[in-house]
Each structure stands twice: as structure tokens, then as C-alpha cells.
Ligand binder design. Structure first.
Ligand SMILES: *Cc1c(COP(=O)(O)O)cnc(C)c1O
Length: 219
């Protein structure tokens, strides 16, 4: 199987409302172009320098998603082009993204990352911090003009226990739906990777991030 067959195999079974992010971290520009030439233009990276180099070298109609942990001092490198930042989990980072959005005349779209696996992921907000941040942004919306929080992102535990994965995704879906009721900006629930995206979709995901199942094993 080649890369574009892998892509097709995922896309044929995918409901139309679900956005597929081809996670291209560590993959070559050539392999990314294979996917691009098969018609797919949405890619995800987890390192800002690597993503920026690829953005510079590859076609400009690619949507670049930052799916990894973001250091505040590196936001400036992606602020002019990044399409969506998935891993936002603190106010310091929100302030820097808002400032960089202003510098570049953009409204930068972001997701708040929620820690749904507790033990296995050190990043992400707990429920009370999440609501604290949303409340703060709402009460200061005249300041936060250059950042737009459009939903939530989460990563399930790395396990074969499908029941546990389902419970974690369900937890995030419940949070998402609750916020969506009172926040019209909330459109996007990013959850699901190569091994668990079908469970994620069954629990309300509308954005999946798939690397290995498209590109094969990472080096
Ligand atoms: C690497 C990565 C993925 C893709 O993982 P695969 O198992 O290769 O599909 C998805 N989301 C995040 C945040 C990642 O870092």
C-alpha cells in the first residue's frame, strides 16, 4: 500500500462533516507532496520550526495545524500562517497568541486542550481550569480580539482498553456540547488518532488527527 491508497482508505469511510488532518511530523516534504497531490491539503505538525520550514517550502494553499505542545517564545514563527492551534492550555500562551495575532492582523483560531487521560499526558486543562479560562476570555472579550477559541482537543490514553478510551472521549464530548450551548464559536472537537479515531467519531469528534495510518511508521 502506498501513501495515497492509505489516504483513500480512510476517506472513503469518513462521514462528510469530519475533517481529516494528515499528521506529517517527521515525514519528508516529498511524502507530504504525495498526499497533497492526491488532493488532501490539511496537515498537522507538532514542532513549530519543522512546520515553518515545510510551510516555506511547500504549496501555500496547505492548511497547517499545530497539534503539539506550544512554547510561548515560538508562537511568533507560525503566527502569520498557522490555520489552527490545537494544544492551547494556559493563559500565558493565550496572551501571546492574541498579541501575535494582532501583530499579523489575524484572528488566530485555537482549541483548548483538555487532559482526558490524567496519568498519561502532562498537558491539557482540567475541567475547572477550562471553565475558568473560558469565563476570563468572555469577561475580557474586548482584549482578546486576535484569538478565537473554536473548540476542544484531547488525547485518550495509549491503551488497548477500548472502554477506557470511549469513556475519555465521551467525557470530552459532554464538555464540548455543554459549552457549545452557550458559546456560538464552539464548532470543533479534535479527538482521535490512528488507533482510536473510530471510537472518537462515535463519540462526537469532528476533527481527527492521523499520522501512522497514512504515512506508515515514523522514523
Ligand atoms: C503524532 C500525533 C498524532 C498522530 O498519531 P498517529 O498515531 O500516528 O495517528 C495525533 N495527534 C497528536 C497530538 C500527535 O502528536
Amino acid at each position: 500500500m502506498n501513501i495515497s491508497d492509505n489516504l483513500t482508505n480512510i476517506l472513503v469511510g469518513l462521514p462528510k462533516n469530519i475533517t481529516l488532518i494528515a499528521v506529517s511530523k517527521t515525514q519528508s516534504e516529498n511524502d507530504i507532496l504525495n498526499v497533497y497531490n492526491a488532493g488532501h491539503k490539511i496537515f498537522g505538525e507538532n514542532k513549530i520550526q519543522e512546520m515553518t520550514k515545510k510551510w516555506e517550502n511547500l504549496p501555500k494553499d496547505i492548511q497547517w495545524h499545530m497539534i503539539g505542545h506550544v512554547q510561548t517564545n515560538k508562537v511568533k514563527y507560525m503566527a502569520k500562517y498557522v490555520y489552527l492551534i490545537h494544544g492551547v492550555d494556559n493563559m500565558k500562551l493565550i496572551n501571546v497568541i492574541n498579541k501575535q495575532g494582532g501583530i499579523h492582523g489575524r484572528i488566530i483560531k485555537c482549541l483548548l486542550q483538555v487532559n482526558i487521560s490524567n496519568e498519561s499526558n502532562k498537558y491539557g486543562l482540567n475541567k475547572s481550569k477550562l471553565f475558568e479560562i473560558l469565563e476570563h476570555l468572555k469577561n475580557n472579550d474586548s482584549i482578546y480580539k486576535n484569538i478565537k477559541i473554536i473548540g476542544l482537543m484531547g488525547m485518550a490514553s495509549f491503551t488497548n482498553d477500548d472502554k477506557l478510551i470511549k469513556a475519555q472521549f465521551k467525557f470530552l464530548q459532554d464538555l464540548f456540547l455543554k459549552i457549545k450551548k452557550i458559546n456560538s464559536n464552539f464548532t470543533t472537537l479534535s479527538m482521535g488518532m490512528s488507533n482510536d479515531y473510530l471510537i472518537a467519531i462515535n463519540n462526537g469528534s469532528n476533527m481527527i488527527r492521523i499520522g501512522t495510518k497514512i504515512f506508515g511508521k515514523r522514523n
